[in-house]
Design a protein around this ligand. Structure first.
Ligand code: ATP
Length: 306
């Protein structure tokens, strides 16, 4: 009997103590993480935090200085041709055949992977480019080109998809449409590694996010747990004239009160009792509660001036 091939690991990606230095810059400084299959994993962090370097190491485009990298249980470096068909990669600098039409471009990419015409049609439709199939790539708008880059990453129906700020040039409708495409991909069991500076997007889409600062993971969890575990404050926004700053500051549990535009904003870690006190002083009509978001947690971890 032929030997049974080893079972595929359950994780899509496993990184252990990965480091990468460029000259004096330690771009990735000992990162370990596991991305299970089927996860929508977000990578967040300020410019220069090391996200692109890390993703390039996962994709097999760059060699780590040390540590181990496993993608579907295999090393992506040196360029692993068995892995390539299983990966879809969209970068900020995706290459195009600019003289071709959008469909011809996709057909060319699809042919490289042995994917058929139906796959091309599906990919075009999924990014809303069916009506622009005949337009030359160089004549597409910036956002349309970005959508074509995404379609190029998806056309061969890869199991693991790397997307680097895919919504950067998209208008709000295209952005929401792409969210749905990505949710459908996740629903179909694909694994997605998603780099973004849009915190709302990470909160809406990602199962877990890693916040990377100076080449290290500062936080890694579900967006909800990151928000819940943070020491971020809730803000109560009271229409001006209903409460004075002094009265607001005197409420137990209020950490700060400031005038902002035509409101008084109270910050607290314990919104229940503070709301009750505001109710007694000013009533709750027109009072808004702004709970912490992933953006608040992100800014707290990365510094407000990154
Ligand atoms: N090829 C390279 N040679 C030298 N330094 C590099 C190279 N690539 C990246 N760096 C440096 O490594 C650090 C991490 O860069 P990287 O592009 O990985 O960050 P990033 O988190 O993707 O940033 P951004 O959000 O701006 O895309 C930065 O200080 C950058 O200047």
């Amino acid at each position: 009997m032929p030997p049974t091939p080893p079972a595929e690991p359950t994780a899509a990606i496993v990184l252990d103590s990965v480091r990468k230095r460029y000259g004096t810059v330690q771009a990735v400084d000992g990162i370990s993480l596991t991305v299970p299959r089927g996860e929508f994993f977000g990578l967040l962090g300020p410019n220069g935090a090391g996200k692109t370097t890390l993703v390039e190491i996962m994709e097999g485009q760059r060699q780590a200085d040390s540590g181990t990298v496993a993608v579907f249980g295999q090393s992506p470096w040196p360029r692993n041709v068995r892995l390539l068909p299983r990966l879809g990669v969209q970068t900020q600098a995706s290459a195009f055949f600019v003289r071709l039409g959008a469909r011809e471009h996709l057909e060319t990419v699809a042919a490289l992977y042995g994917a058929g015409r139906e796959a091309v049609d599906r990919a075009l439709a999924s990014v809303g480019l069916t009506d622009h199939a005949a337009v030359r790539v160089e004549d597409l708008s910036g956002g349309q080109r970005q959508r074509l880059a995404i379609a190029s990453a998806l056309v061969h129906e890869p199991e693991l998809i790397f997307l680097d700020e895919p919504t950067a040039a998209l208008d709000p409708q295209a952005r929401r449409a792409l969210w749905q495409v990505l949710r459908d991909l996740k629903g179909a069991g694909r694994t997605i590694v998603y780099t973004t500076h849009h915190l709302d997007e990470a909160e809406a889409l990602c199962d877990r996010v890693a916040i990377v600062v100076d080449g290290r993971i500062r936080a890694l969890d579900t967006p909800a747990r990151l928000v819940a575990d943070g020491t971020t404050t809730t803000r109560l926004v009271v229409p001006a004239g209903r409460i004075t700053l002094d009265a607001a500051r005197a409420i137990p549990g209020v950490l700060a009160a400031t005038e902002q535009a035509d409101t008084v904003v109270l910050e607290t870690l314990d919104s229940g009792p503070v709301l009750a006190a505001v109710d007694e002083i000013a009533g709750l009509r027109g009072v808004r509660t702004l709970t912490a978001s992933l953006e608040d947690v992100y800014l707290q971890l990365t510094g407000n001036t990154s």
